[in-house]
Design a protein around this ligand. Structure first.
Ligand code: 3H9
Length: 690
């Protein structure tokens, strides 16, 4: 074995060179890895004793891509295109032996090998789109030459990998290896030599791309199909343009086009935001006073209290990863309804081909319905998901404390209430925690894990680890009304409501926010949630706009009327002039002057209060770091990922400019627009949130 450099070894066995990369955690293509590949391949190619070369990785995975921390920094080391050219031009066959994930630049390196073998669990993909990028090391030109332009666009625009058996079917992989991967790779290389198989250079084979030449409709149709999902994102469109180049231009010209578009994305704000979010999501798992090796409480059985929308979604999350759940309701009818919704959700997924009917039955089989809270006695963790009422929650926690076994975690799915007050009802406050899921709980990626004053560290570590296990991102919050996300939402809603009283229509405000990239504006959101949430028919006296809407029977989508009208069975909001007139009338009754509120003003008035509240949340220690706040907003509330969350957005705008804008608005309401001390201080220093 020869050490090529600290992360690369070369070993020659019976004429086969094995080049092994070992650069934890994921063998990313750092300068050292690129140097290792360059020098290792050169040495093997120049060694007359070597007849073929196998590239393999140590540790948990094959190369998982470019080193994201180095992208755009002009980091030292061999150039990747030079390494790739050397590999493709090698007179000796090169085989990539893949385990774990061959992603991004990792797969692009593998595509310059003459053959690829993989273990059955390996995943192969080009996920750059998730970082606001396109595959910039030849992937957009080589992948279509193997799988055809349509599938290549699908893979690169969605960014989801194929597992090895699927990759085998489409020709991205040549053989599945069982047993030891390196041995399998060496055996495959020997077979190539024995059979005198040709050196396959992906770049040379145009047969999969030429049929699409002169057929712009292929691209038009792909754009149309994915229009909604790709709204606001630049990278998918740039990927499509690269595939057009792969189809219409010679290989080297296509590579030039790819490089131009890659550079443009890399230097733009969207990719900067998405790369920031990549690390923000991972950072969120790290809690300074809860060491990474804190022992976890095994969660082998769970309980969920409440089979409504939230309880049902939480149950699905748990059974999806094989955790049996006892779900408890107060009436048979509610229980049946909840189970029916869960089954329908699974069957819809099965209909789309993403689950088998057997999977549906397995998951349903893991759910034990019950009308008796005693059935929760053996659960390792119980999640309470009943409606938001403090007295009810307190009573439930007293009961759970008496029923549940010692050491069981008692979690509440409250979206705002005081976890400490709930924990105080039990004799085990250290086992009480908040796990705030977002609706629909089986879809949304965020869980706010809310730590009470007495919550134990192993309980926090377990709740965070469970979030990861069920495919979510856990973000730790301290206790305050509304935690991180909802607390920030309140300020936005205050201003959204004021702008409509000052003259902007609900549809205009919603459009400004959806143009910014939110999936929905505040008024469409209010209609969805129910305008009457928290409204009381008995005490309503038309004192607020909401009172007036609800009194007029406009209670949201459920009544086909709220801020908008709705056709029965259709969720599309239809603006209504009578509502606009009602708002005008109400504003006049409150002596609020109507004027033209510009789009820029609407946007700033809705978003800046969130940043200001975020600064307070940070200085109070409710959130550990600004990037945690951004993770909450991107994954719980649909803040467009390509704008990186409110704190990142504020940093990009410049905190001094943001505070100056607050001063402009302060003329109308000085108290509301006073910058939080942390914000004022950072702005004065010319700094940003860290
Ligand atoms: C690209 O390739 C561009 C090219 O087309 C063109 C080039 C010219 N770089 O996620 P985990 C770190 S763009 C640097 O918790 P898992 C990560 O931050 C790239 N660091 O583990 C974390 O660090 P820490 C295209 C990276 O098992 C640790 O590794 N590739 C990179 O849940 C563990 O990560 C991608 O987009 C990286 N590329 O998942 C793949 N990847 O421990 C991105 C990971 O300090 N990576 N780290 O928090 C992933 O999708 C997942 O990390 C992976 C493992 C599936 C590999």
């Amino acid at each position: 074995m020869t050490a090529i450099n600290p992360v690369t070894d070369l070993d020659v066995r019976e004429g086969i060179a094995v080049l092994t990369l070992n650069s934890p955690p994921v063998n990313a293509l750092s300068g050292a890895v690129r140097d290792g590949l360059h020098d290792g391949f050169q040495k093997a190619i120049n060694d007359p004793a070597v007849k073929a070369i196998v590239l393999v990785c140590a540790g948990r995975t094959f190369i998982a891509g470019a080193d994201i921390t180095e992208l755009g920094t002009g980091a030292k080391g061999a150039s990747l295109p030079d390494v790739q050219s050397m590999m493709e031009a090698s007179p000796k066959p090169i085989v990539a032996a893949i385990h774990g994930t061959a992603l991004g630049g990792g797969l692009e390196v593998a595509l310059c090998c003459h053959y690829r073998v993989a273990v059955a669990t390996a995943q192969l993909g080009l996920p750059e789109v998730k970082l606001g990028l396109l595959p910039g090391a030849g992937g957009t030109q080589r992948l279509p030459r193997i799988v055809g332009p349509e599938m290549a666009m699908e893979m690169m625009c969605l960014g989801d990998p194929l597992v090895a058996p699927e990759a085998l079917k489409v020709g991205l992989c040549d053989e599945i290896v069982s047993g030891d991967l390196t041995e399998g790779g060496v055996a495959f290389a020997k077979k190539l030599l024995a059979e005198k198989r040709p050196l396959v250079r992906v770049r040379d084979n145009d047969s999969r791309v030429t049929p699409a030449r002169g057929k712009p409709e292929i691209f038009a149709s792909f754009r149309k199909t994915h229009e909604r999902k790709n709204r606001g994102f630049l990278a998918p469109e740039y990927i499509i343009r690269c595939v057009e180049a792969a189809v219409n231009l010679p290989f080297d010209d296509g590579i030039k086009r790819e490089a131009e578009l890659f550079r443009e994305l890399l230097s733009g704000p969207q990719s900067a935001a998405q790369r920031y979010m990549f690390f923000a999501e991972r950072q969120a798992a790290k809690i300074p006073d809860v060491p990474a090796d804190t022992p976890l409480i095994p969660i082998n059985r769970a309980g969920v209290l409440g089979a409504g929308t939230m309880g049902g979604g939480i149950t699905m999350n748990l059974v999806n990863v094989g955790i049996p759940v006892t779900i408890v309701e107060t009436s048979q009818e509610a229980l049946d309804r909840g189970l029916k919704v869960i089954r329908t959700n699974y069957e819809n997924t099965a209909r789309k081909g993403r689950l088998t009917q057997a999977d549906v039955e397995t998951r349903m089989g893991l759910i034990t319905p019950s009308l008796d809270m005693q059935a929760l006695a053996s659960a390792d963790m119980v999640v309470e998901a009943v409606f938001e009422n403090m007295e009810l929650k307190k009573e439930i926690f007293r009961k759970l404390d008496a029923i549940c076994k010692p050491g069981a975690i008692l979690a509440t799915n409250t979206s705002a209430l005081d976890i400490n007050a709930i924990a105080a009802q039990t004799k085990r406050p250290e086992y009480v925690i908040g796990t705030h899921y977002f609706s629909p709980a089986n879809v949304m990626k965020l869980v706010e894990v809310v730590r009470g004053d007495k919550t134990a560290k192993n309980v926090i570590a377990t709740a965070m680890a469970l979030s990861k296990r069920i495919g979510k991102i856990g973000v730790l919050s301290g206790v305050c009304y509304g935690f991180i996300g909802n607390r920030m939402l309140f300020g936005r809603n205050v201003q959204a409501n004021r702008t409509i009283l000052e003259g902007a229509s609900p549809a205009r405000v919603d459009k400004v926010l959806t143009d910014f990239g939110f999936p929905m504006g505040p008024f469409a959101m209010s209609d969805l949630a129910g305008v009457d949430v928290g409204w009381n028919a008995k005490t309503s006296k038309g004192e607020t706009l909401r009172d007036r809407l609800c009194e007029a029977g406009r209670r949201g989508q459920k009544t086909n009327a709220g801020y908008y009208d709705y056709k029965p069975g259709d969720r599309t909001p239809i603006p209504n002039e009578d509502v606009v007139a009602m708002i005008r009338e109400f504003a006049a009754s409150k002596q609020i002057r109507q004027r033209d509120v510009s789009d820029a003003e609407i946007l700033d008035r809705c978003l800046i209060p969130m940043v200001n509240e975020g600064a307070k949340i940070l200085s109070e220690g409710i959130a550990i770091r600004a990037s945690d706040i951004d993770t909450v907003w991107v994954h719980g509330y649909g803040w467009p990922v390509y704008r990186g969350g409110p704190m990142h957005w504020a940093n990009s705008m410049g905190l001094d400019k943001l505070v100056a804008r607050m001063q402009e608005f302060a003329a109308d309401d000085a108290a509301f627009w006073t910058p939080a001390p942390m914000l004022a201080e950072l702005a004065a220093k010319g700094g940003g949130f860290k």
